[in-house]
Ligand binder design. Structure first.
Ligand SMILES: C[S@@+](CC[C@H](N)C(=O)[O-])C[C@H]1O[C@@H](n2cnc3c(N)ncnc32)[C@H](O)[C@@H]1O
Length: 298
């Protein structure tokens, strides 16, 4: 079966995307066609794909086609409904959620699609195996950090500048707390830059798609929550040496004994700035801080 036409979906839904509600619908068929392939390339388990922000369903439609064998559709759509994995779509906008339920009534009936109407930051998420989403940019960071700890492959669209910060390495101007926290959970790469014209209405900035492949980090942290809080604290003083940053940010990191950490740490590390520290170097320092710095445990 041919995929549903994105412009026709918008027309049938009778909506105009509202930028104030993070509604920028993908209308470029080539981008829509490519998004599922970024999961297929890594042989990800697509038996239950989660989509955050369904909109008018152009991407939902492509996700429903994943894993379907070509040529098994007898023409009445029956095979299409039994072949392939399950998709769950979360959509906050009541009108769009109602449209998705109507447009995809057959797929819902065949138990291939679930529509959850609600806020992706607070609804219970299903046990998904992977996610492909064109995220609402206003809450993309919060959603990413809801999904990343789940340890599933993710293909996510962000504002390009945000995506560049997620994938950045030490020593670059984009490298920061976002890079370390993201790469704590997964190997991440930008797989595609997407121009504004691919959306209706076009957003103010360029976009990019990242692929996150979950893995264990190549370092150990005993207290993940403290590690991430410590990294956040040190990057608030990214122009200062680590020595000063440890001392100046105890109110953020929760260290009761920041001077004890400075006394115990390696002199070479203390001379560095946060943006020159690899994630593994942060982890080693965080372990030391945990041992001698008496952090508050939340
Ligand atoms: C960028 S659009 C993507 C729509 C569609 N997936 C596409 O690619 O055309 C983001 C969608 O997320 C929805 N949305 C915004 N905030 C949301 C939230 N907090 N939880 C769930 N959906 C949200 C918007 O209504 C909108 O439909």
């Amino acid at each position: 079966m041919n995929p549903r036409d994105p412009d026709a979906l918008i027309a049938r839904a009778g909506v105009r995307g509202d930028p104030d509600r993070d509604q920028h619908f993908l209308v470029d068929d080539r981008v829509l066609d490519r998004l599922p392939t970024y999961l297929e390339e890594i042989d990800a388990d697509a038996s239950h794909v989660l989509e955050i922000g369904g909109g008018t369903g152009a991407l939902t439609d492509r996700l429903l086609s994943m894993g379907r064998d070509a040529g098994t559709d007898a023409g009445d759509g029956a095979a299409a409904e039994t072949n392939g994995g399950h998709v769950t779509v979360v959509e906050r906008d009541r009108e769009l959620a109602a449209f998705l339920r109507e447009e995809f009534a057959r797929e819902i009936e065949a138990d291939r699609l679930s529509v959850i109407e609600g806020d992706a930051l607070s609804v219970d998420l299903p046990a998904f195996t992977a996610s492909v989403s064109n995220l609402p940019y206003g809450v993309s960071s919060e959603i990413a950090f809801r999904l990343l700890p789940e340890g599933r492959p993710l293909v996510l669209m962000f504002q390009r500048e945000f995506a560049e910060r997620m994938v950045a390495g030490p020593g670059t101007s984009e490298y920061g707390r976002l890079s370390v926290s993201t790469q704590h959970y997964a190997d991440v790469e930008i797989v595609e830059s997407v121009p504004k014209e691919a959306f209706s209405p076009p957003p103010a900035v360029q976009s990019a798609v990242i692929r996150a492949v979950p893995r264990e980090p190549d370092y150990e942290v005993d207290d993940e929550e403290f590690f991430l809080r410590f990294v956040k604290a040190l990057f608030t003083q990214r122009r200062k040496t680590i020595r000063n940053a440890i001392r100046n940010t105890a109110h953020i990191s929760g260290l009761s004994e920041p001077d004890a950490v400075v006394d115990a740490a390696d002199a070479d590390v203390l001379r560095k700035r946060a943006d020159a520290m690899s994630p593994a170097a942060f982890a080693e320092l965080a372990q030391l801080a945990l041992e001698v710095g008496a952090p508050d445990r939340e």
